[in-house]
Design a protein around this ligand. Structure first.
Ligand code: ZN
Length: 674
């Protein structure tokens, strides 16, 4: 007889930085750990609610902060795996647990006795002698309970619980449909001839991809998450370009259109129940934007100049193509031709200068060393959740330990598309925890023995996601509620976008952009031409982004009781109304594969990227005014901004750092929208 090993989630990890014990974690551990974790937290919450002692900050707010330790451990690991290495068993757990987690949250936030204690403390907050972070925590808890419906009458709360469960279930279904459909829609080609225009290593990678996916001897182009697929810039065969784009644009049409409409309806009803005109109004009330009018004004101001830019670009494309018409599947292809003709830039010539390991160590890590004094030590002795994941220990300039950084860079069939950062352990002084963060990308794995060569877009993504990682790593807060990236959604893309500046900073670029075979640095004039060529695409990029942002906005500003009807028709009407019905530029995401807003928590939040970019562009100016890549500058940015997490008002933190409110000028200049 053997004794059953204990569930590894039941105890805190004993590994360095409380890295989850991935070597011991099995799929069958998840559900029992979720169940016990929810039961434990409910018991803790109930004990707080029913305490005979009068409410104090410590026995109520701090006690809530400490509750749910097991649930946090399992949820952080589980949702990371559900995104980056899923399978049928994980999907089954996800479908089962999502509505139950929503119900669990409701059970805490709709606990009247608990809300009574939070509310009593809130009313007497000025007399409690709290420090600034604690006072803010109390205020945030109060807001959270109210926004979760704590003040609704019983009947309203009953309906709210139903809505939350339905929304959770529909979001998970959207995500899982999209995952299956994105894999199924990969383009399978019989001969290498059809891939003419792609580089030799990209063709080899497509063959390797075919082998891995069970299409031996064929060539498979897996889809990335955007509408516009990377290969469209170089595929010479127009018919293949069209098939690839059609496969991309058609994702999710069976099923997700209906789910998008259902989610929009349910969210609108929930917002009305909570006293808001629309889901968007409910969301932005708790963001730095505050009102839907502010967001609408910002987005609509950018539309006309962005469309004008795109039209100028279209004219250049028509000239180089020699045709009168540019279709959506031609745009990227002729853009590459313009880049070549006007700027002498050829994506295929550039990739050999961007080898993954070099970009990571001599680029991303090097910049973090120069700006913040960080050091990185690879820890192959620490086991991650997949053999491709690399673990690095991060240290401060004075040698003190900071946290762990996990890099999961390669695409695989079990990973969702896109790039993102996740937190496996949230920094907090209260719980004595240091940060463990992970970056996920979707870089095509090369044929074995071949180097991993990146496009410049992928280089930029590596820097971007590492900006989120720094936000998590530099967190220096007391309460887990405020840890790292737990800031308003329309602020969270700010630090990540700032970190992109180092990708093209001359000293950084010179350090990493070296030919993978010869070690030759990238020619200086190539760098300058690359930057000029990059500006050429701003019209396209801004239009496709604004189209997606305004689509999200259209879905989530409908009033309760509206039936959005057929998703494709709704989408077409929304784009027309926004002045963005540019046929040759599809939205960056169409509704049926817009996972950001229908599955990943960015509903009524896709505007955040350009909203945050105002702060980003303004901050890049700040660095430049002060000599750029200097430790003094990095230290100020880290201290005043990156270390704060959500512990202070985000715009106040920006103003303290910048010495004034944000200005939009640098953004307009950067995007050619002046
Ligand atoms: Zn980001």
């Amino acid at each position: 007889m053997t004794t059953k090993p204990t569930n590894p989630f039941f105890r805190p990890s004993t590994l360095p930085y409380e890295l989850p014990p991935f070597a011991d974690i099995r799929e069958e551990h998840y559900l029992p750990a979720f169940e016990r974790g929810m039961a434990e937290q409910l018991a803790e919450a109930e004990a707080i609610a029913q305490s005979a002692e009068p409410p104090t900050y410590r026995n109520t707010i701090v006690a809530l902060e400490r509750s749910g330790a097991l649930l946090r451990r399992v949820a952080n690991v589980f949702f990371n795996q559900a995104s980056s290495d899923t399978n049928e068993a994980v999907q089954a757990v996800e479908a089962e647990i999502s509505p139950r987690l929503a119900a669990h949250e409701d059970a805490i936030h709709l606990n009247a006795a608990l809300y009574g204690r939070v509310s009593a403390l809130y009313e007497s907050r000025e007399g409690l002698g709290l420090d600034a972070e604690s006072l803010r925590l109390l205020e945030r808890y109060h807001t959270r309970f109210e926004r979760a419906g704590a003040r609704l009458p019983i009947e309203g709360q009953r309906r709210l619980r139903e809505l939350n469960a339905e929304i959770a279930t529909a979001s998970t279904a959207f995500e899982q449909n999209l995952f299956a459909d994105t894999n199924a829609a990969a383009l399978v080609l019989d001969s290498a001839d059809e891939l003419a225009g792609l580089s030799a290593d990209a063709i080899a990678a497509a063959a390797e991809n075919g082998r891995v996916l069970g299409h031996d001897g064929k060539y498979v182009l897996s889809l990335n998450n955007f509408s516009n697929q990377f290969e469209l810039g170089s595929l010479d065969n127009r018919e293949v370009r069209k098939r690839l784009l059609d496969a991309s644009l058609g994702r999710g049409l069976a099923g997700n259109g209906e789910l998008a409409g259902r989610l929009a309806r349910l969210r609108a009803e929930r917002a009305a129940l909570l006293g808001y005109d629309s889901h968007a109004a409910y969301v932005v009330a708790d963001q730095t934007a505050k009102t839907t009018e502010a967001v609408t004004a910002m987005l609509s101001r950018l539309v006309p100049p962005a469309v004008a830019n795109a039209e100028r670009e279209a004219a250049a494309l028509k000239a180089v193509s020699g045709t009168g018409e540019i279709a959506a599947h031609d745009w990227a292809y002729y853009s590459e031709k313009v880049r070549k003709a006007e700027y002498d830039i050829d994506a295929a010539v550039m990739r050999p200068y961007f080898e993954l390991d070099r970009v990571l160590k001599d680029g991303v890590f090097f910049a973090a060393g120069q700006v913040y004094g960080l050091s990185f030590t690879e820890r192959p002795d620490l086991t991650a959740y997949h053999p491709d994941v690399r673990v690095f220990e991060v240290g401060n300039a004075d040698g003190s330990p900071l946290g762990l950084f996990l890099g999961d860079f390669y695409a695989r069939a079990s990973k969702r598309r896109g790039a993102w950062m996740d937190s496996l352990v949230d920094q907090s002084a209260l719980l004595g925890q240091r940060p463990v963060v992970v970056n996920n990308l979707n870089i095509a794995k090369p044929a074995s023995g071949e180097p991993t060569l990146l496009t410049f877009t992928e280089v930029n993504t590596l820097f971007h996601e590492f900006g989120h990682a720094l936000h998590g790593l530099f967190s220096e807060v007391t309460h887990p509620f405020f840890s790292g990236t737990k800031v308003p959604r329309d602020f969270v893309e700010y630090p990540s976008q700032v970190n992109e500046m180092w990708a093209v900073w001359p000293d950084v670029l010179a350090n990493y952009a070296k030919h993978h075979e010869t070690g030759e640095p990238m020619p200086a004039d190539l760098v300058a031409r690359m930057e000029a060529a990059d500006r050429f695409g701003q019209g396209f990029r801004t239009v496709e982004y604004l189209a997606a942002a305004l689509l999200d906005w259209a879905w989530h500003t409908i009033p309760a009781g509206t039936d959005p009807g057929d998703a494709e028709a709704f989408e077409a009407a929304a784009l027309k109304r926004a002045g963005l019905a540019v046929p040759a530029i599809p939205p960056r995401y169409r509704s049926t594969y817009f996972a950001h807003v229908f599955a990943h928590g960015y509903s009524a939040g896709y505007y955040s990227y350009i909203w945050s970019e105002v702060l980003d562009a303004d901050t890049v100016e700040w660095f430049k005014e002060r000599g750029g890549m200097r430790r003094e500058n990095g230290d100020v940015f880290r201290r005043e901004l990156l270390s704060k997490g959500g512990s202070t008002d985000s715009l106040a933190a920006f103003a303290a750092f910048r010495g004034r409110a944000p200005e939009i000028g640098p953004l307009l200049a950067r995007r050619g929208l002046g």
